[in-house]
Each structure stands twice: as structure tokens, then as C-alpha cells.
Write a protein that binds this ligand. Structure first.
Ligand SMILES: N[C@@H](CCC(=O)N[C@@H](CS)C(=O)NCC(=O)O)C(=O)O
Length: 315
């Protein structure tokens, strides 16, 4: 289980991404925003890569930034590979590589970090611009406005000036407790680490549920980056986190507001096409088989055996 992480005391810790350059509208960073120049490598199972596909879809950049999709099954030690013969997977149409590791080596022959998705590749300078999803979505939100399909999509700003502070606060709360909280539960290597992570996860889902009881989106009436970052975790919850990652105190669909909110985002034009149930389910189950060895006892669902049964009304 590399998953770009090390464990101490059985806790799961995610490593930082290595490539941190920025594409800008004016090219001052050395990476000018241009149509057809940049390319995304993603896994449809990966929630971090999923953010980038959602932002690309919402901003109408499908024809501007091309995408390749890796095999849902990440094998060891090869990592992500291209398996165009499998449903929903593509070849590497830009570099003709067999595995994502080759793309990292092209960008930096000395690179020794994890070969993670998403990767934003520059076809002109033939290097990785950035492999940190939170930064890639910021670039797609603001730097490619000249190329959005419609003027409405050009106007869309998921990180508006007046909400920046609130969005940063939401991100700082949601990332460790929910986005990464499911991983901290699923990848825990001790019962104590799991117990702590799973309790915190559900406490924080309760908190999100109460925010969404009073507001359509996390930061008010408009969808923001914070929603785009929460949705990939929620859409995976009942398919994989509930069972495979043992986040099974409740199903997402038992939270009326979180479940309706997830459907609201799913039904937003451009989003449903980014959700692939088979890549998500098979990706987690086939890529993370080793987690079963830790024999963690799951929290189990909340059950109220004292709820009135009314069976006595039968004759
Ligand atoms: N910080 C990165 C994390 C990306 C990440 O961890 N991706 C996982 C897939 S969900 C991966 O590619 N792991 C491969 C590995 O760790 O070897 C981001 O948000 O972009």
C-alpha cells in the first residue's frame, strides 16, 4: 500500500505532491494558458483526480485540455498503467507510455516520489506542470477563461474573492477530516488509529449535514471549490468507503441533506459524466487488497433495537 503515504503508530499520513508549477493566463509563470497545450492523466477511481475532471467539465474545458484515463487497477510495483483494452480506459495518447511512472521519469529522471494521479502535463515543454489536484483546479477555474465553451462558463468562479476566506476554512476542515478521513479510517494499521479516525469522520459528516440543512452549498447559495472538493468523497461513500474502508457507522444516503446535496451536484451539467461506478468500485477493491491484513474490527452501523416494532398488530 504505497498510496503516497507512510504510517507511524498505525496512522495514515499522505505525502506532499512534488511538481508545483502554475499555468497562468499571461504566461508569466513560464506556462502560458493555451488551448490544446495541456493534458491531464487521471484515474476515474481517484477522488483527487476526480476534482480536476469536475472543474474541467463545469468550466467547459473538455475540448481545451485533453485527458487520458489509466487502468482502474493500480498494481505493485508498476503503479498506474495504461490498459486501453479495458472498458473506460485509454492509451497514453500524448507520450505513448505504458505506465504513469514513465511520464514522471520524463519530467525528472531523478524523481523518486510516488507516481500519483492527477498529473497536468505540458505537451510543449514536455514536462509535468503540477501533480497537486487542489492547485490544478485553481488553474482550471481562473486561468483558462479565454477558452471556456460558453460565456456563462467563463463567468463561473468557484473561488470568488469575497468567499476566499470561507472556502479556505472549509477546505482546511474538510480535507483532513472527511476527504482524507476516509483514507485514515481505511488505511489504519491499528485498531486505535482506526477508532480515532472513523469517529472523527462521522462527527464531521454530522457537522456537514447540519451546515447543509441551512444552505444549498457549503458556502451559501452558489457552488464553490469547497463543494467540488467534498463531492468526490461523498459520491464514493456508499460504493467503497462504507464497506471497503469500514466507514460503516452510517451510509451517506441516511443523511438527508448530504445525500440530496450529492445528487444536486451530480445532476449539475458536466458532473455525471465524470463519475464511473465500475472504475471507483473495482479501483478501490483491486488496488488496496492489502488492507484486510490488519484485521480491524469495523465500527458497524448504528442500530436501535428498541425502536417500536408494531408486530403485535398481527393477529
Ligand atoms: N496530493 C495529491 C494526492 C493524489 C493521490 O494520492 N492519488 C492517488 C490515487 S487516489 C495515487 O495516485 N496514488 C499512487 C501512489 O501513491 O503510488 C493530489 O491531491 O493531487
Amino acid at each position: 500500500m504505497s498510496e503516497s503515504a507512510k504510517s507511524k503508530k498505525g496512522e495514515f499520513v499522505r505525502k506532499d505532491s512534488a511538481f508545483r508549477n502554475w499555468v497562468t493566463a499571461d504566461g508569466s509563470s513560464g506556462f502560458l494558458a493555451e488551448a490544446g497545450r495541456y493534458h491531464l492523466y487521471v484515474s476515474l477511481g481517484c477522488p483527487w483526480a476526480h476534482r480536476t475532471l469536475i472543474m474541467r467539465g463545469l468550466k467547459g474545458l473538455d475540448d481545451v485540455i485533453s485527458v487520458n484515463i489509466v487502468d482502474w487497477h493500480r498494481t505493485q510495483p508498476k503503479g498506474w498503467a495504461f490498459s486501453p483494452e479495458k472498458a473506460g480506459c485509454t492509451p497514453d495518447t500524448v507520450n505513448g507510455c505504458q505506465a504513469l511512472s514513465e511520464i514522471y521519469k520524463m519530467a525528472n529522471p531523478d524523481y523518486e516520489g510516488a507516481w500519483t494521479v492527477p498529473v497536468l502535463w505540458d505537451t510543449q515543454r514536455r514536462t509535468i506542470v503540477n501533480n497537486e489536484s487542489s492547485e490544478i483546479i485553481r488553474m482550471l477555474n481562473s486561468e483558462f477563461n479565454a477558452f471556456c465553451r460558453t460565456s456563462e462558463q467563463r463567468q463561473l468562479d468557484f473561488y470568488p474573492e469575497e468567499l476566499k476566506g470561507e472556502i479556505e476554512e472549509l477546505n482546511a476542515w474538510i480535507y483532513p477530516n472527511i476527504n482524507n478521513g476516509v483514507y485514515r479510517s481505511g488505511f489504519a494499521q491499528s485498531q486505535a488509529a482506526y477508532d480515532e479516525a472513523v469517529m472523527a469522520l462521522f462527527d464531521n459528516l454530522d457537522k456537514a449535514e447540519s451546515i447543509l440543512a441551512g444552505s444549498r452549498f457549503l458556502a451559501g447559495s452558489k457552488m464553490t471549490e469547497a463543494d467540488i472538493r467534498l463531492f468526490p468523497t461523498l459520491v464514493r461513500f456508499d460504493w467503497v468507503y462504507h464497506g471497503h474502508f469500514k466507514c460503516n457507522k452510517k451510509m451517506l444516503k441516511e443523511y438527508p441533506n448530504l445525500w440530496a446535496y450529492t445528487r444536486d451536484i451530480y445532476q449539475t451539467p458536466g458532473v455525471a459524466d465524470t463519475v464511473n461506478k465500475e472504475h471507483i468500485r473495482r479501483g478501490y477493491h483491486e488496488s488496496h487488497q492489502s488492507i484486510e491484513q490488519f484485521a480491524i474490527t469495523s465500527i458497524g452501523p448504528d442500530l436501535d433495537f428498541m425502536e417500536p416494532h408494531q408486530r403485535e398488530t398481527f393477529a
